[in-house]
Design a protein around this ligand. Sequence first.
Ligand code: IPM
Ligand code: MG
Length: 356
Amino acid sequence: MKTYHIALIKGDGIGPEVITQAQKVLDKAGQIYGFEVVYDEFLMGGCAYDTHKTPLPEATIRGCLQADATLFGAIGGAKWDHLPRELRPESGLLALRKALEVFANIRPAIVFDALKLASTLKPEVVCGVDLVVIRELVGGIYFGEPRGKEADCAYNTMRYTPKEIERIAKVGFEFATKRRKKLCSIDKANVLEVSELWREVVTQISKQYPDVELSHQYVDNASMQLIKDPKQFDVILTSNLFGDILSDEASMLTGSIGLLPSGSIGERAALYEPIHGSAPDIAGQGIANPIAAILSAAMMLQHTLHNTQAAQAIWQAVSRTLQKGYRTKDISAFDAKEICNTHQMGDLIAKHLEQV
Ligand code: IPM
Ligand code: MG
């Protein structure tokens, strides 16, 4: 039997609640598809600061590098907002992404048929949306130097080298090749030099992928197009900051940010996490939607553990659970048959997995 070694970072807020459900579904998939998952738990974020006075202990980086992949919940909360930036939970996450060099962040936004009424947009606009945002994750303005805050100003630097753009562009084109062969690169090349370079390099790389239709949009226009006609998109390729913003926007096409998984991959490690945050306002109430975390585990099976069968079965189990009308509170507004709490939703998905 295959054994997968998974580093588990539950994190803060609703992180532990949703990750417990992802483990439940992953373990059930193991029973059905013949693998075992061994978890090693590590701290990161506010909880790490509370015990170790740092948001990212060395042991966490080591553990994630040694594991086959890392599954992570969420970090942050008002409790740690007063800390200096380098000690805040968010800094732990950014430093972890950097340490693992997971430069490609994959964020699919897929509208489940059963949830076509859950979006604030009209069903005919969102029905059938199936896009993926490929976001550069370890460069750009998040990490560019110089950065600083002085008495009379504050500044950050949006910086990319051709090499950084090349490697993320290749990931984007590889995804497009396996999908509907359309890639839209999103930048602000009408204003920013860094975007001009982005556009040049992406255009250059596109020559290696003649089957993929490349288009470019400015980020302001793209944010409008995403709402106006999201079905025009297949693969969206973009930089760190633009990807952060556009992926939150894309999540609302699906009905709830509680539905969107993500995977961050690179040469040496892989990190899977729901795109939602730690939601301190609902933490501990058992009402968080675990689907984003569960689908993050499915993405981990697909992209890093190469167990496509189990991965697809989890997507199907989620889809069937939703088809039957089971809803967590965040997606219950229109057509819930039964409102479930976090662990009931996990149980239902695990049960449906047996029937896929
Ligand atoms: C995300 C989050 C993070 C980011 C925060 C928590 C640092 O918003 O994963 O999208 O900005 O990348
Ligand atoms: Mg974000």
